[in-house]
Design a protein around this ligand. Sequence first.
Ligand SMILES: NC(=O)c1ccc[n+]([C@@H]2O[C@H](COP(=O)([O-])OP(=O)(O)OC[C@H]3O[C@@H](n4cnc5c(N)ncnc54)[C@H](OP(=O)(O)O)[C@@H]3O)[C@@H](O)[C@H]2O)c1
Length: 244
Amino acid sequence: MIPAPRSPGTVVMELDGARFLVAGATGEFGAALARELSEQGCELALLGRDRERLEALAGELSATSGRFDARDRAGIEPAVNALAAGLGGLDGVVVSVGAAAFGGGGELAHETVEDVFAINALAPIALVSAALAHLPDQGAVVGVTAIVADHPTAGVAAYSASKAAFSAYLAVVRRERRRAGGTVLEVRPPHMDTAFTERALTGEPPPLPEAVDHLEVVAQTIEALREGRRELAWDLESRALVAR
Ligand SMILES: NC(=O)c1ccc[n+]([C@@H]2O[C@H](COP(=O)([O-])OP(=O)(O)OC[C@H]3O[C@@H](n4cnc5c(N)ncnc54)[C@H](OP(=O)(O)O)[C@@H]3O)[C@@H](O)[C@H]2O)c1
């Protein structure tokens, strides 16, 4: 049976007591989302690369944690399996891993393009793929892509392409899980007030619009997750986040 369409305000996922794996929890957006999930009563397992920030957040949220590097994909499935086993299963997975590289279509070294795809597409796909083995039919997948997945941007060629790749993967997983009623939420934020662009692998960003408060995006992500939405994206006309 195909589940009935979800109307705004209808709660389809109870977060209190839900077990979530958050990958990219060491990032500003990932950490804020993990804090909010914890606030809502979720039990958390955190994945990140930076040891110090990971351990500090795990201590703060009484969470288990594991380290991974997106460029070492062989380590991803074992890390997900270990954390999922520690929680006794998963009800949801969040992937907020990402890094930009600034440069036009002909400007980036191929090694940089490979890193951009490893961090924004191949590792996120490997993380979701490994987590799916632990998720029930009604479980939730939350993938953070970016506005450039919708609107590929001059001077951001490889990053736009890599986020579009993860976006397409999430769309397919959503289609595959639709009948069972599980949520696959893609969050496509616009430029946010984190230091993300300062951590780019290479290059200087093109002129950027005013940054959106990442805590506002976190709050709307939680709402969209509860309501079982498909996407939370920036509408260029109304200049607002819209959940669909
Ligand atoms: N901020 C924005 O303007 C903006 C706009 C649109 C979309 N986004 C997306 O939002 C998400 C969160 O970004 P943010 O603003 O929170 O930036 P951030 O603070 O730089 O977080 C990036 C996250 O990705 C992880 N990461 C980067 N390279 C990695 C690697 N090689 N291996 C493993 N993990 C790696 C970082 O881990 P460590 O810190 O442990 O290294 C961190 O957890 C990203 O997917 C980004 O693409 C951001």
